[in-house]
Design a protein around this ligand. Structure first.
Ligand code: HSE
Length: 424
């Protein structure tokens, strides 16, 4: 038997083809690629696979006599990816995966399969692409008490928001570019809806706080409603818009959110552009650390997969989590912290509409810090208006927004974004 671990790789997309090429070049000395599966065996992927066994279906990798470790790069929360991972773990074969959707959805089952048999299930590539954040939380911060974790966890959204601001691209143009560059999911609605970032946050929170992954405990808002006007208004407030995931101890639980927020240009997260991701972690006794790097794309994700393969080859593999999901806390807090908000709306260009809007905010205890009103273009019946509020409770803000939306004769296109606090 070879002294190298023998890899069976399922999925030869952007990431899989890079992993295959690097393994064949000997990038991980203690691992060799012996078998692959992909939908189209004949497709030219720029890598010579003539020396490896091209199996008929992904499940063949789990039962393959010469495969010691299965690498799952098919994607999708259910279906063949899940079947393959379950089959491999059941046979005692370690698994490496980049599949955050599957991990977030089936954490309990996969954790049982992995912990029960003590079979490693490695997933560095599932969160923040090439940034070694899983290793950092598990190993680099062992012995710390993490109380807050936040960051930019979706390269596609960050690319879109960056390019809308820097190159004046429309949302659709920027999304198309992100897809062409291989950053987006097969279904890009998972990116722009914030779900992809939510799945990554759920996994990080399980590691950092021991909270069982549960997407129902994460308040998720995507970037679909952000307009070029919002990007321009944000710039007037010396800010940019970023999709930020946050997990923070709050009372007896952990508060989780993924949402677009205004970030001051001087804040480190504002410097994180295009497909870059960043994760900022606050912990005792460490203080704070921020990791930044490419969060999407073939090379970045392949880098994390190769690192996991190297760990397993060196005997460093670990189960999915250090305890079963059943043993984790389910306590998630729904209490959003009080924050300042950016409120954008279109107000009818007629006497009293501004007074009515500010009255509604006042009645709900939402205090205004700044107002910007644009003059109308010829023929416009409504004027764009933005309020920046003082700190407000989310519940008060939501009541005020609902009341504004009811004033449809004077006000429409209402959107509120939290302002990321300077000290965050
Ligand atoms: N589609 C993901 C992103 C990349 O845009 O961040 C893989 O997680």
């Amino acid at each position: 038997m070879s002294d190298k671990i023998r890899i069976g790789l399922a999925g030869l997309g952007t990431v899989g083809a890079t992993v295959a090429a690097r393994l064949l070049q000997g990038a991980v000395p203690r691992a060799e690629l012996v078998a692959v599966s992909a939908r189209d065996a004949k497709k030219d992927r720029g890598v010579d696979l003539s020396t490896v066994d091209f199996v008929a279906t992904p499940l063949d990798l789990a039962s393959h006599d010469e495969v010691d470790v299965v690498v799952e790069l098919i994607g999708g929360e259910n279906g063949i990816a899940l079947e393959l991972v379950e089959a491999a773990l059941e046979k005692g074969k370690p698994v490496v995966t980049a599949n955050k959707a599957m991990l977030a959805k089936h954490a309990a089952r996969l954790s049982d399969l992995s912990v029960g048999g003590d079979v490693p299930l490695a997933f560095e590539a599932a969160v923040a692409g090439g940034i070694p954040v899983i290793k950092t939380v598990r190993e680099g911060l062992a012995g710390n008490d993490i109380h807050r974790l936040c960051g930019i966890l979706n390269g596609t959204c960050n690319y879109i928001l960056s390019q809308m601001a820097a190159a004046g691209l429309s949302f659709e143009e920027a999304l198309k570019e992100a897809q062409e560059k291989g950053f987006a999911e097969a279904d890009p609605s998972l990116d722009v809806s914030g779900m992809d970032a939510g799945q990554k946050l759920a996994i990080l929170s399980a590691l950092a706080f021991g909270v069982a992954p549960d997407m129902d405990n994460i308040s998720v808002t995507g970037i679909e409603a952000i307009t070029a006007a919002d990007i321009a208004f944000a710039a007037e407030f010396d800010s940019v818009i970023r999709l930020v995931g946050l997990a923070e101890r709050s009372g007896n639980g952990v508060y989780h959110s993924v949402e677009p927020v205004l970030v001051k240009k001087a804040h480190p997260l504002a410097q994180v552009v295009n497909e870059l991701n960043a994760v900022s972690i606050s912990a005792v006794p460490l203080g704070g650390v921020m990791l930044q790097g490419p969060g999407a794309g073939g090379g970045a994700t392949a880098s994390a997969v190769l690192a996991d393969i190297s760990d397993i080859a060196s005997g460093f593999g670990r189960p999915l989590f250090d305890s079963t999901v059943a043993a984790m806390t389910e306590s998630a807090s729904s209490n959003a912290p009080a924050r300042e908000f950016y409120i954008r709306l279109a107000l009818a260009d007629q006497p009293g509409s501004m007074a009515k809007a500010t009255q509604i905010l006042a009645e709900n205890g939402v205090s205004i810090e700044e107002v910007v009103q644009r003059s109308s273009e010829a023929g416009d019946s409504h004027l764009p208006v933005v309020f920046i509020t003082h700190q407000a409770e989310s519940a008060a803000l939501e009541t005020a927004l609902a009341a504004l939306e009811q004033q449809s004769e004077i006000c429409n296109a209402v959107l509120a974004l939290p302002v990321f606090a300077e000290e965050d």
